[in-house]
Design a protein around this ligand. Structure first.
Ligand code: GZL
Length: 324
């Protein structure tokens, strides 16, 4: 897995090959500037998808391996719960706060409270839409616009003639939902034969994807392709397509994002046609960044994880080695 690290001031691309999901040894306690054990308050989005489960495991495992004392909360995909968790971490005077913002906006007030308490913040997985870049030290996560572009590129190269697409969007207001839609639209723009005839949020869950796809199958006379912003919603759509007596991957092609095991299995079975990878194993990089930030060392403003894509044949070959 190639990881590209860029700094805000200059582009110094350091490419380091790291094993996907590799974790360091250790387990000894890591101390910060004061010599005390580093404590990290982590406010997780929820447990909405296979990707999130893998991401949570990576954060927990790598905190343990790094000797960082992790305080962890699950917000059940509610912003108010994440804000409450961040406030409790501030009160507990943790060394560093890390979180994946469930939506892009509404964070300035609580992050200003963390700043005034001199607690550094790291954004991981998803970013925020704020003019005040001093509210966090770095953003570690994927380029979701690029993920959408990869999905659009595959569609343009693999369909011909009038093509009706239905889109299962991620959580409304979430960076991956906004950006995966943006990148996809960029690539199909000007292709007059390709039309997104319906687009609605399935909230990144399997049940959400199934319910929305059931509605699309009733309301749309002709559906050729499903573009789902994550595997879980794509898997829900497969259930709805089968229940409607159609063959997923053949009657209706399916493109998803993530490449978690269940998605890759459906891809290798021919029920999904293409998956854009989004790597959830951010734990090791997060802990390395946290150690630097607590010591007051300079860190890149943006750390982008480069990811691949999978066809059905590539999924068959890759599945045995997949970490999640
Ligand atoms: C993407 C992540 C998204 C995944 C979904 O980095 O935020 O949230 O694509 C997950 O599976 O629910």
């Amino acid at each position: 897995m190639l990881k590209k690290i860029t700094t805000a001031a200059s582009v110094v691309a350091l490419f380091a090959l790291t094993a996907c999901g590799g974790s360091s040894g250790g387990g000894s306690t890591t101390t910060g500037q004061s010599g005390d054990t580093i404590t990290m308050g982590f406010a997780q989005v929820g447990a909405e998808s296979g990707w999130r489960t893998a991401n949570t495991k990576s954060v927990q495992d790598e905190a343990k391996a790094a000797g960082i004392d992790l305080k962890f909360s699950d917000a059940q995909q509610k912003q108010e719960n994440q804000i409450k968790a961040i406030r409790s971490y501030i009160q507990q005077k943790v060394s560093v706060i890390a979180f994946s913002p469930v939506v892009e906006t509404g964070w300035d007030t609580v992050l200003l409270e963390a700043k005034r308490a001199n607690i550094p913040v790291i954004l991981t997985d998803r970013s925020i839409d704020s003019d005040d870049k001093s509210l966090y030290k770095t953003f570690l996560g994927s380029d979701f616009v690029e993920e959408g572009r990869k999905a659009g590129d595959w569609l343009v190269a693999n369909v011909s003639g009038p093509t009706n697409v239905v889109e299962l969007q991620g959580t409304t207001g979430a960076a991956p939902a906004i950006d995966r839609k943006k990148g996809f639209e960029e690539k199909i723009a000007g292709k007059s034969d390709i039309k997104v005839v319906a687009s609605q949020t399935g909230d990144f869950t399997r049940s959400g994807g199934k319910q929305v796809m059931e509605a699309f199958l009733k309301s749309q006379p002709k559906i050729d392709v499903v573009y789902a912003h994550n595997d879980d919603m794509g898997l829900g759509a497969i259930e709805a397509i089968k229940a409607a007596g159609k063959v997923p991957g053949k009657d209706i092609k399916i493109i998803t994002v993530d490449a978690v095991k269940d998605g890759m299995t459906a891809l290798s079975n021919g029920e999904i046609n293409f998956i854009v990878e989004c790597n959830p194993l951010l734990g090791k990089q997060l802990m390395d960044l946290a150690k630097k930030v607590v010591k007051g060392e300079e860190v890149p403003a943006r750390v982008v994880t480069e990811e691949g894509t999978f066809t059905q044949e590539q999924a068959k070959a890759a599945l045995p080695q997949r970490q999640y």
